[in-house]
Ligand binder design. Structure first.
Ligand SMILES: C[S@@+](CC[C@H](N)C(=O)[O-])C[C@H]1O[C@@H](n2cnc3c(N)ncnc32)[C@H](O)[C@@H]1O
Length: 423
């Protein structure tokens, strides 16, 4: 066997979607492997204390292995678990979550319910394509090239129908780098961001929109990327759409966050608001008020905050639109909002931070203010477990849900209910 080909026995899949194997005492992370199988794998990275490899051939395949559902799967970096049965994907995510709690937070996992996605495919209503000289697709898993795609099975079918028009844009706009799409299944309309390093002539964009895009694309913006953030140059058409979830109509601007799996929107809201009752609550990292507005119907008064002013404007608009009078939205970092309310009696604090989790200042205020209940919605079990370890000084983790909003990917979303310990 060649130097860089190894026979590896994969024990389990760790967070990130890699199989874990040992060879001569060294740990290998094995891409495209399944739990409990023997594979022939090619090593593409050797570090001092670990290596990374990719499966060339399963020798003794796992019972959980299946044919991937997408022809681009072995090149495209978007999905990591497509070659594993959906039931087994859910088990992998449950194990990843529980393992983080044991290893990082140092506790036994609480009662945990796993909520599958009603459909494994066609769930994404927001997709970010990469573009390169006439190619529209996704970055290869090793970061070396853009893999062109005709369709993406996890994307909403309407987004797939738009791909030929989008590819035409990549031919027309030579330095187009990225195309971000948002589809509203409620309104049956699209918002698009075109990311270019240089200014895209506005009259040209108007013409391209008229010529190549259907009327259901209600707005297109030109953006540039700087230090990993997107910045808008201008917008043509309407900058927002509407999305209805659980009887609430949300305004969604192109620059606001929105949960991507439309099959789980109702269930996600239901899990978070279930049993809620409060005199005063905070919803930090609230986005367009996805949880704040339905929560407002269950309590006395709620304040939502987000550092993105566009999302806060959407939330304020939607509060009026839905006749919600007991929710106030402020543009603020979570830390500043918590400090502002640090001295008040709070019954409930909802937290939905990005993957990096909470910062020390936020945990400090939570531990001194001691709200009765915390609902921590996490998209990263390792940062959640790190934060939980600190919160456990004053809180008990009572129950959690895993809600699988990202089938085929390694991402683990959890909703965690914490209550203040009785002194
Ligand atoms: C995972 S999204 C959740 C949004 C909302 N809860 C939802 O479900 O639609 C995280 C949100 O945190 C916001 N954000 C990021 N860093 C922040 C910070 N330091 N303080 C407040 N909001 C922040 C982002 O703008 C984004 O809207």
């Amino acid at each position: 066997m060649a130097e860089d080909l190894l026979e590896l026995s994969v024990e389990k899949i760790v967070y990130g979607g890699f199989g874990l194997a040992k060879h001569k005492g060294k740990t290998y992370l094995v891409r495209y492997s399944a739990p409990r199988e023997l594979v022939k794998a090619e090593v593409y990275k050797e570090k001092k204390d670990y290596g990374e490899a990719v499966v060339v051939k399963p020798l003794l395949p796992s019972k959980d292995r299946r044919e991937p559902l997408c022809p681009y799967y072995e090149f495209c970096g978007g999905c990591q678990l497509q070659h594993i049965d959906y039931e087994a994907q859910l088990m992998v995510k449950k194990e990843n979550y529980e393992e983080s709690l044991v290893r990082i937070a140092g506790i036994e996992p609480p009662p945990l319910e796993v909520v599958p996605s009603p459909r494994e495919l066609g769930y994404r209503v927001r997709v970010q394509f990469k573009a390169k000289r006439g190619t529209l697709g996704f970055v290869k898993w090793d970061g070396t090239q853009v893999v062109g795609v005709e369709r993406c099975p996890v994307a909403h079918e309407r987004i797939n129908e738009l791909i030929p028009s989008l590819r035409e844009l990549t031919n027309q706009i030579k330095d187009l780098q990225e195309v971000h799409i948002t589809f509203s299944p409620t309104e049956e309309e699209f918002l698009i961001k075109l990311i270019t390093p240089t200014y895209l002539d506005k009259e040209l964009l108007k013409k391209l929109k008229r010529t190549y895009l259907p009327p259901s694309v209600v707005g297109v913006g030109n953006y540039f990327r700087l230090r990993n953030g997107l910045h808008k140059r201008y917008f043509v058409g309407r900058e927002y759409t509407f999305v209805e979830v659980g009887g609430i109509k949300y305004r969604l601007s192109n620059d606001s966050f929105f949960q991507t799996n439309h099959y789980l929107w109702d269930k996600f809201v239901e899990l978070v608001v279930e049993g809620a009752s409060f005199r005063k609550a905070l919803d930090l990292y609230c986005g367009v008020g996805f949880f704040t507005l339905p929560l407002a119907r269950r309590g006395n008064f709620i304040e939502g905050s987000d550092s993105n002013s566009v999302a806060i404007n959407d939330a304020q608009y939607s509060a009026k639109l839905n006749g919600v009078e007991n929710a106030l939205f402020i543009k603020s970092t979570a830390a500043r909002h918590l400090q502002l309310r640090g001295g008040e009696v709070l019954d409930l604090v909802v937290l939905d931070p990005p993957r990096s989790g909470l910062i020390d200042k936020e945990i400090e205020v939570l531990l001194s203010n001691k709200p009765q209940r915390i609902v921590y919605i996490s998209c990263n079990p390792t940062t959640f477990a790190r934060d939980l370890k600190k919160l456990l000084k004053a809180y008990t983790l009572e129950r959690s849900y895993l809600i699988d909003i990202f089938p085929q990917s390694y991402h683990v979303e959890s909703v965690n209910f914490l209550s203040l310990k009785v002194p």
